[in-house]
Design a binder for this molecule. Structure first.
Ligand code: NAD
Length: 311
């Protein structure tokens, strides 16, 4: 049995070079035609080119996910071109931010707005397009480990990702009568593996995770001020291994899982969260796994990108 998305049409929001592009590529490699959304036209172009050089079909669906007229517009454009939408992946979000002592009202509001309105409006208009046409489709909302447990320094992100998790359960109830499934997928700090993104980061002297190769790693949300009353928000000494299987995987692993979740094999799966993280979330807080070098490690990743970069 092979998983196939042949004949299906997908819309992926926020198809930047990391996770959005990885999911869009996977859906295309499993046979779907993909409409690529972003506010950044260069990100859309790169995602479409990546899909096309890997043998898939893609179009642009540009625009801001928080603007209802814009969302309705690109959904209508995809319907006019391909007649139906079977898969929606809500992925566009603003990452990073600050902790509760330092976050600004404006940045908090913007981050929550992109995630909440973006996921809501795309689910509303794609959901209507599916229901009107009798399409028993699949909607995936990208969450984060920050939606399930607390990290210092990302108060807005924690707020809206937590909201995504219950949005999914409620939308699953709204759309169940139409045979439309709604689930979340939780990435857990995956290691970027888009060859173009890695090459660009290397050119800038950055490692795969976007952190300076030499110098102190920033990480998410370090403390902001240097007043005498400040306390550190995170451990800065040597970190013990934290992932039972040694790695949380890559956007390619996410892509395989999301493609399966959007396939007909998952016909009764709705209102759940799917996570691919080498056991990171299941881990008891007090348990430190063995060092990655001592582990068997997972099976090799099944690559979806045949890109060979010169130089
Ligand atoms: N990178 C991680 O380690 C990680 C971990 C857990 C969850 N996630 C989640 O995965 C998703 C993708 O993360 P990523 O690392 O690829 O992020 P990214 O910042 O590389 O990509 C997000 C994309 O969304 C686009 N975007 C932002 N606002 C938009 C708007 N208003 N309308 C349309 N597009 C907009 C951006 O231009 C960008 O291309 C996000 O939902 C993120 O929260 C990421």
């Amino acid at each position: 049995m092979e998983i196939s998305l042949d004949g299906k049409v997908a819309l992926v929001t926020g198809c930047g070079p990391n996770i959005g592009s990885g999911i869009a590529l996977a859906l295309a490699r499993y046979g779907a035609k993909v409409a690529c959304n972003d506010v950044d036209e260069a990100a859309i172009k790169a995602c479409i080119a990546r899909i096309e050089r890997n043998g898939g079909e893609a179009v642009a669906a540009p625009g801001d996910v928080t603007d209802e007229a814009v969302v309705q517009g690109y959904v209508d454009d995809v319907l006019a071109r391909w007649g139906h939408i079977d898969i929606l992946v809500n992925n566009a979000a603003l990452l990073g931010g600050r902790g509760v002592l330092d976050e600004s009202a404006a940045d908090f509001e913007r981050a929550v707005r992109v995630s909440s309105l973006g996921y809501f409006l795309n689910t509303k208009h794609v959901g209507r397009a599916m229901a009107e046409r009798g399409i028993r489709g699949s909607i995936v909302c990208v969450s984060s480990s920050n939606g399930w447990s607390g990290t210092a320094g990302v108060i807005a992100y924690a707020f809206h990702k937590g909201g995504v998790n219950n949005f999914v359960r409620a939308a699953a109830m709204d759309l169940a009568p139409y045979g439309i499934r709604v689930n979340s997928f939780t990435p857990t700090a995956p290691n970027p593996d888009n060859p173009e993104l890695l090459a660009e980061r290397a050119r800038q002297g950055l490692g795969p995770g976007g952190v300076l190769v030499h110098g102190r790693g920033g990480g998410l949300g370090g403390p902001t001020g240097d007043e005498p009353w400040r306390r550190p928000s995170r451990w800065s000494g040597q970190r013990s291994p934290m992932v039972p299987m040694g790695t949380t995987g890559t956007p390619t692993d996410i892509g395989h899982a999301v493609a399966w979740l959007c396939s007909d094999y998952a016909r009764l799966i709705t209102g759940i969260d799917l996570v691919v993280d080498g056991g990171a979330r299941a881990k008891n807080f007090a348990y430190a796994p063995a060092s990655p070098e001592d582990l068997a490690g997972p099976l090799p990743v099944i690559s979806l990108d045949d890109t060979e970069l010169s130089g």
